[in-house]
Design a protein around this ligand. Structure first.
Ligand code: FAD
Ligand code: NAI
Length: 519
C-alpha cells in the first residue's frame, strides 16, 4: 500500500514536532521559574489601616497558609526559630546521605519575599501567647544575640502552627541518650553517629562484644518514621557500607522495637504483613509487643509481652538509638491551653472548631500537629488546613472591604436627595450585599485523605491510596510503588529549585553511592 509510508512519515513528523514543542515549552517554563525565583518584584509597604496577622511556625501548616494568602490584605508577621521550610517526608533519606539536607530546606526568606506586601519575619520562639492582651512573647534563642533578645508582638489575628515535639513519655534516659528524627539537626546527628559507631567498632583491639554493641542500630517506634529510617539504614549498609567497610559485614544489625503487636498501624493488614516480610528479607529484626522502659548510654531495658500474656524483662545493647514514638504537646501550646477553660480536657493539643478557631478564643486559629482534631498529625492534614485558612483569611479581607464600602454607600444614601441617585446607590448596596453573602458562605474545613505512603527500604514502598475523593481505594507495595513514592514526593516538593536538588541527589547516589565520611 503506497499510502502507508506517507502516513508513517506524517506520524513520525508529528511526534518529532511534538517532542520539539515539549522541549521548547519545558525550557521556557524552567527559564521563567528560574528568572521569577531570582527576581522578586517590589513589595507594598506595611499599611497601618490593615489588620496584623501573626503566624507562628514555618512548617507544613504555616507555609501552606503563607503560600496561598493574599498578603495585600494584611500586615503579616511570621515568627519561627527555623528560617526555612522543611520537607519532612524526605528527612529519613538525609540520615544516610541519600539526599543532602539542604535539598529539602526551602528558605523562608524566598517565600516571603515573593509576597505582594512586605512580610516581617522574626527568627524566634514564641514562649507565651497572651490571649487576653493579644500579644505573643518571643525569645531569640539562637547563638548570636543582640542587645534585645526578648520582646512582645501584638496581633489582631493569630495562627498557631508550631507543630509538636518528640514524645518520650517521661521514660528515663531517652532525652539524654537517644537521637530523634524531626529536624535537620537530628538527621545530621544520626548520620554522624552511624559513621562514628562504625569507625569506633573498627578501632584497634576492640573486643568482639563491644563491636557487636556498637554495630547494633536500634530504632524505637514502628510508626512510619521508624520504619522509613530503618529502611534507609538498611539501604546504606547494603549499597555502601558493606563495600567500603567490609570488616563490619557480619556484625552490622538493625532492630526495630515496637510496643504494639504490629508496625504501621495506620496501614491496611496486607501492607503491614508485606512490610514485616520485607524487613525479614532485609535482615531487619522487628521486635513487636516490646515496650522500652528505660534507656542508658549503652542499652535499653524492655518489657516483652509473651504469647500467653506474661511479661518478660530484657536488656538490649545498642550503638545507635533512634527514638521515633510520635508527638507531644509543646510548652507554648500547653501554656495557652492552661489559660482557656474549654481546653482543659485536651491531651493532644489545641481543640479547634470546624473553622480551626481555637475553642475559648476569638481571632486565634490553630493548625497542624499542635491542634487536636479527629485527623492524624500528618503533613497532608496540616497543608490542607493551611490552604483552608488562606481561603478563610482572603475571604475575610474581602468581607471587610465590602463592609467598609457598604458603610460609605449608606452614608451617601443618607445624604442623597436626588431619587435617581438614591436608586443607583440602592442597586449598588444590593449588589454588594449579595456578593458579601456569597463570600461569607465558606464551608467548614473538611479533610480529603489522599492515602498513606511509606518507604520500607530495598527500593520498595507501601501505599494505601484513595482515588476520586475516596470512591476507589488501593493497597500496593513493591518496586512500582517505590517509583510512585518517588514521583509523588518530588512533585510535592514546594519549589522547582528543591525539586531539581532532590532529583540530582538521587542521581548522584545511584551513580557514586553515599558518602561514608564523618563530618
Ligand atoms: P511542623 O511542620 O513541625 O512545623 C512547626 C514549625 O513551628 C517549625 O517551623 C518550628 O520551627 C516552629 N516552631 C516550633 N516551636 C515554635 C515556637 N515556640 N514558636 C514559633 N515557632 C515554633 N506526614 C505526611 O503526611 N507524610 C509524610 O510522608 C510524612 N513524613 C514524615 C517524616 C518525618 C521524619 C517526620 C518527623 C514527620 C513526617 N510527617 C509526614 C509528619 C509531618 O511532618 C507533620 O505532620 C507536619 O510537619 C506537621 O506540620 P506543622 O506545620 O503542624 O508542624
Ligand atoms: P507514630 O505515633 O505514628 O508511631 C509511634 C510508635 O511508637 C507507635 O506505634 C507506638 O506504639 C510506638 N511506641 C510508643 N512508645 C513506645 C515504647 N516505649 N516502646 C516501644 N514502642 C513505643 O509516630 P511517628 O512514626 O513518629 O509519626 C508521627 C506522625 O507523623 C504520624 O501521624 C505519622 O502518620 C506521620 N508520619 C507519616 C509518614 C508517612 O506518611 N510516610 C512518615 C513519618 C511520619
Amino acid at each position: 500500500n503506497p499510502v502507508a509510508p506517507k502516513k508513517r512519515f506524517r506520524a513520525l513528523r508529528f511526534i518529532w514536532r511534538l517532542t520539539w514543542l515539549s522541549a521548547v515549552g519545558g525550557m521556557a517554563y524552567l527559564t521563567y521559574h528560574i528568572y521569577d525565583s531570582k527576581h522578586p518584584p517590589e513589595q507594598l509597604p506595611a499599611d497601618p489601616s490593615k489588620k496584623t496577622l501573626v503566624v507562628l511556625g514555618s512548617g507544613w501548616g504555616s507555609v501552606s497558609l503563607l503560600k496561598k494568602l493574599d498578603t495585600e490584605n494584611y500586615n503579616l508577621v511570621v515568627i519561627s526559630p527555623r528560617n526555612f521550610f522543611l520537607f519532612t517526608p524526605l528527612l529519613p533519606s538525609c540520615t544516610t546521605g541519600t539526599i543532602e539536607h539542604r535539598s529539602i530546606m526551602e528558605p523562608l526568606r524566598h517565600i516571603i519575599r515573593h509576597k505582594k506586601r512586605a512580610v516581617k519575619y522574626y527568627e524566634a520562639e514564641a514562649t507565651k501567647i497572651d490571649a487576653e492582651r493579644r500579644v505573643v512573647k518571643i525569645n531569640d534563642f539562637s547563638d548570636v544575640k543582640g542587645s534585645v533578645s526578648e520582646t512582645e508582638v501584638p496581633f489582631d489575628y493569630l495562627v498557631v502552627g508550631v507543630g509538636a515535639e518528640n514524645a518520650t513519655f517521661g521514660i528515663p534516659g531517652v532525652k539524654e541518650h537517644a537521637c530523634f528524627l524531626k529536624e535537620i539537626g537530628d538527621a545530621q546527628q544520626i548520620r554522624k553517629k552511624v559513621m562514628d559507631c562504625i569507625e569506633t567498632a573498627t578501632f584497634k583491639d576492640q573486643s568482639e562484644a563491644e563491636k557487636e554493641r556498637l554495630l547494633h542500630m536500634v530504632v524505637v517506634g514502628g510508626g512510619p518514621t521508624g520504619i522509613e529510617f530503618a529502611g534507609e539504614l538498611h539501604d546504606f549498609f547494603e549499597e555502601d557500607l558493606r563495600k567500603w567497610v567490609p570488616d563490619i559485614t557480619d556484625k552490622f544489625k538493625v532492630t526495630l522495637v515496637e510496643a504494639l503487636p504490629n508496625v504501621l498501624p495506620m496501614f491496611s493488614k496486607a501492607l503491614i504483613e508485606y512490610t514485616e516480610k520485607t524487613f525479614k528479607d532485609e535482615n531487619i529484626s522487628v521486635r513487636t509487643k516490646t515496650m522500652v522502659k528505660k534507656v542508658t548510654d549503652k542499652n535499653i531495658d524492655v518489657e516483652v509481652t509473651q504469647p500467653d500474656g506474661t511479661k518478660v524483662k530484657e536488656s538490649i545493647d545498642y550503638g545507635l538509638l533512634v527514638w521515633a514514638t510520635g508527638n507531644a504537646v509543646r510548652n507554648v501550646v500547653r501554656d495557652l491551653m492552661n489559660q482557656l477553660p474549654p481546653q482543659k480536657n485536651s491531651r493532644r493539643g489545641l481543640v479547634v472548631n470546624d473553622y480551626l478557631v481555637v475553642d475559648g478564643t476569638e481571632g486565634i486559629w490553630a493548625l497542624g500537629d499542635c491542634s487536636a482534631t479527629k485527623y492524624a498529625p500528618t503533613a497532608q492534614v496540616a497543608s490542607q488546613q493551611g490552604n483552608f485558612l488562606a481561603r478563610l483569611f482572603n475571604s475575610m479581607a474581602k468581607t471587610q472591604a465590602i463592609e467598609e464600602d457598604l458603610y460609605n454607600l449608606d452614608q451617601q444614601m443618607q445624604a442623597a436627595t436626588n431619587e435617581d441617585e438614591k436608586a443607583r446607590l440602592n442597586a449598588e448596596i444590593n449588589l454588594k450585599g449579595r456578593s458579601m453573602s456569597k463570600i461569607k458562605q465558606l464551608s467548614p474545613f473538611e479533610y480529603s485523605h489522599q492515602g498513606s505512603l511509606a518507604y520500607i527500604g530495598a527500593d520498595r514502598a507501601v501505599a494505601d491510596l484513595n482515588w476520586f475523593g475516596g470512591a476507589i481505594s488501593s493497597a500496593t507495595g513493591g518496586e512500582l510503588t517505590y517509583i510512585f513514592w518517588r514521583s509523588a514526593y518530588v512533585s510535592m516538593v514546594f519549589s522547582l529549585r528543591n525539586r531539581i536538588l532532590v532529583l540530582t541527589d538521587w542521581l548522584k547516589t545511584k551513580a557514586f553511592g553515599r558518602d561514608v565520611s564523618r563530618e
